[in-house]
Write a protein that binds this ligand. Structure first.
Ligand SMILES: [Zn+2]
Ligand SMILES: [Zn+2]
Length: 233
């Protein structure tokens, strides 16, 4: 028996549920996705908000977000592939290709969209802008300040912090305050500050005097402490 398409009359090609592939796909939206997708991007650190979490803008993360936006119907054994290409305006052209089966026929459908970035400060950058910090490294000189030594100390602090920066946006010096016999370096994250402290201990063979003060409560009622590490050189 020869199949023919009741819509266009063709007898050629694949048939899906009694129609030719072309007519069937015209009348059935197998893949649907908004023409314009939007991701929040922090203008300060460049992280993007994927499923409510701020992350580095890796292609895998962005592709997962797009995959979730591309809804697929009717198709079995589906496989989604996402292709990204950057446009001149910094946005991305997105192409989603879905392969799978309808009935016994293997089919391929595609859809495209534009991915745009909307500016929004991430939580960490917001906190930093609001003056948030968790720790202070106090550096005090026993003798008048030596510019070389000061920059060496700062370099060690910064290089310890920079190793944490990719996973912890708060791993940075927020502010340096000049003091009579030295300076205070305010650091966003206490975990990162502790790594900088152990690095200074190792590099200069000095111990820090640690202390902490209660600065308030977190929203869920835990104590919020601020930590101070004092080095005397
Ligand atoms: Zn047809
Ligand atoms: Zn940020």
């Amino acid at each position: 028996m020869n199949l023919f398409c009741p819509k266009c009359g063709t007898t050629e090609g694949k048939f899906i549920n009694g129609f030719c592939e072309k007519c069937y796909l015209q009348d059935h939206e197998i893949i649907s996705m908004p023409k314009e997708l939007e991701l929040q991007k922090c203008p300060v650190c460049g992280k993007v908000k994927v499923f409510g979490k701020w992350e580095k803008p890796k292609p895998e993360n962005i592709k997962k977000f797009i995959e979730a936006k591309a809804k697929v119907k009717e198709i079995l054994e589906e496989k989604k592939e996402v292709f990204l290409s950057m446009r001149e305006d910094g946005n991305f052209n997105v192409r989603v290709k879905v392969t799978g089966k309808i009935g016994s026929e293997r089919i391929v459908v595609e859809d495209s969209a534009v991915l745009k970035f909307a500016k929004e400060n991430c939580n960490s950058c917001n906190r930093i802008a609001g003056g948030y910090y968790e720790a202070t490294i106090q550096v005090r000189w026993k003798k008048p300040e030596n510019a070389k030594k000061r920059s060496r100390v700062l370099r060690e602090i910064n290089s310890a912090l920079s190793m944490q920066k990719s996973t912890d946006s708060l791993a940075q010096i927020i502010k340096i305050e000049e003091k009579k016999n030295g300076f205070d370096a305010r650091i966003g994250s206490n975990n990162a500050a502790r790594l900088a402290v152990s690095r200074l201990k190792k590099k200069f063979g000095k111990k820090a005097v640690s202390s902490s003060t209660l600065v308030g409560l977190t929203r869920d009622g835990r104590k919020r402490m601020r930590f101070t590490y004092c080095f005397r050189f």
